[in-house]
Ligand binder design. Structure first.
Ligand code: HPA
Length: 271
């Protein structure tokens, strides 16, 4: 794994990526507006990077984008990898390890998620305060490389308080509704049954999605402060569940993207 991280990082550096300070992961339907913020971006398709998987979900673009935003050097993933695509947990989190190796100091994550909190509505945003890992595997399973992090990483505060505090202040100032809650990560790719939504809400989750948790585990393992925002794309009320429509999920994500972009661009300015 160490060799893979090194080779991928070396290649990305050879393409002109110099000391990125901030990493960004753009989730489903969220990869369009944010990337327009880049000045003179360099684009590096995943399929050119040694050891990187290839995004197999057709609506996920598959490339790294590097450039300046608000005077900061930012490296963004336009499209991410999911466990349900068939890759290992180590493969889907390789980009987080590579970002750390390249010098990234803060990681800003986004995703599309189902909304189980009936006080909120689809189209709104949720700042992830904590998570529950219900994915069937863990990116830290297997040999632990002490140079990367410890065998038993602490998870008492997986989302950096300093970043969350800034995001809440920015949202308030910009009058953007930013709910705060718990995200549960499941494998997918199917959406949940009514009984599953009821269960997931009862165990303490407000939003459910198929990503983010492995990336956050690795970020914590490797000492990379991170934050994550879910775009709530569908209402998951078990007593009134409408059939899921992936096109609508993408459409809702696209509509909420402007708010997410505003928050992250301002956060980048303040970092
Ligand atoms: N469940 C799981 N993942 C999701 C959902 C959902 O309802 N909506 C968007 N991603």
């Amino acid at each position: 794994m160490l060799k893979e991280i090194q080779e991928a990082s070396d290649y990305i550096r050879s393409r002109g990526v110099e000391a990125p300070e901030i990493g960004v992961i753009l989730g489903t339907g969220l990869g369009n507006l944010f990337v327009k913020e880049f000045k003179k971006p360099i684009q590096i398709p995943y399929n050119s990077i040694p050891h990187f998987p290839i995004s197999t979900v057709e609506f996920h673009k598959g490339q790294l984008i590097y450039g300046e935003i608000k005077g900061k050097k930012v490296l963004a993933m336009q499209g991410r990898f999911h466990y349900y695509e068939g890759y290992s947990m180590q493969q889907i989190t390789l980009p987080v390890r590579v970002m750390k190796m390249l010098g990234v100091k803060n990681l800003l994550i986004s995703n599309a998620a189902g909304n189980m909190n009936l006080n909120w509505k689809k189209g709104e945003l949720m700042l992830i305060d904590d998570h529950i890992n219900l994915q069937p595997d863990n990116p830290l399973r297997g040999t632990n490389y002490e140079v990367l992090g410890s065998r038993f990483p602490d998870m008492s505060q997986p989302y950096a308080l300093t970043l969350n505090k800034k995001l809440k202040a920015i949202a308030k100032e910009k009058s953007i509704k930013l709910n705060e809650g718990v995200y549960v990560g499941v494998m997918g790719p199917n959406l949940e049954t009514r009984a599953e939504y009821r269960f997931l809400h009862r165990i303490g989750a407000d939003a459910v999605g198929m990503s983010t948790v492995p990336e956050v585990i690795v970020a914590n393992h490797t000492g990379l402060p991170c934050c994550a925002i879910s775009v709530l794309t569908d209402d998951c009320d078990p007593d009134n569940l409408q059939p899921a429509n992936i096109q609508e999920i993408i459409e809702i994500a696209g509509k909420a993207e402007a708010k997410l972009t505003e928050l992250y661009v301002e956060l980048i300015k303040q970092l």
